[in-house]
Design a protein around this ligand. Structure first.
Ligand code: 3PG
Length: 216
């Protein structure tokens, strides 16, 4: 079987229908749980915890174990060894900012849904050759935002994107209206000062506003 004939990864049912994925940069497992609870209360239950800080893995693990309403993906996976680690810590899906042959293999080995990051048409084709059809477009706003995604639609009709990077509330409607976008993500829902100061009701409100925008 050639690499292009591999069965397509199928996003688990819980991810089908997701429109907005908060991207979380966390370093305190104590704060991770109430933060995730606030997002879930605001209607956003699919969360990406980025592995970018010393205690990010512990934060992701805490949310996966203690917030039953949350579906936790682990993001910023840049080394093959992180994939099995993420699966063992309770990840339900995996995200990388880019893609290499080794990352593709490590992702397949976990059996979990995987969103590899791409920017160009060539990178998207390489991801497709690895059997991935749902891709992260990152960093989205630096690389053309909605018009760039729209430009790829006729070239790559089988690809569906989750753009992240620079997306704010004002971009949500335009981007989610694109036929080749299944969801978008970002950190604008979890401002660092609100997380630091434990202003969970403010984060719940941001989540609720985003949920309403996505449904409009
Ligand atoms: C990501 O990993 O998807 C980005 O860091 C999110 O970008 P943002 O902080 O601009 O939302």
């Amino acid at each position: 079987m050639s690499i292009v004939d591999r069965p397509l990864p199928i996003l688990e049912p819980a991810l089908k229908g997701v429109r907005i994925i908060p991207v979380l940069v966390l370093d305190d497992p104590e704060r991770a749980v109430p933060l995730a609870q606030a997002l879930v209360a605001g209607g956003l239950n699919v969360l990406e915890v980025t592995l970018r800080t010393p205690r990010a893995l512990a934060c992701a693990e805490a949310i996966a174990a203690k917030v039953p309403g949350a579906i936790v993906g682990f993001g910023t996976l840049t080394r093959p060894s992180q994939f099995a680690q993420a699966r063992d810590a309770g990840a339900r899906f995996l995200v990388s900012p880019g893609l290499t042959d080794q990352l593709a293999q490590a992702a397949r080995d976990t059996g979990l849904p995987y969103l590899p990051g791409i920017v160009t048409v060539t990178e998207a084709i390489i991801a497709m050759e690895h059997g991935f059809r749902e891709l992260k477009f990152f960093p989205a706003m630096l690389n053309g935002g909605a018009p760039a995604l729209q430009g790829m639609a006729p070239l790559l009709p089988e690809i569906r994107f989750c753009p992240t990077g620079g997306i704010r509330a004002g971009h949500v409607k335009e981007i989610l209206a694109l036929p080749n976008v299944f969801a978008l993500g970002g950190t604008w829902l979890t401002p660092a000062d609100a997380v630091r100061e434990g202003r969970w009701s403010e984060i719940e409100t941001l989540a609720r506003e985003a949920t309403t925008l996505a449904a409009a």
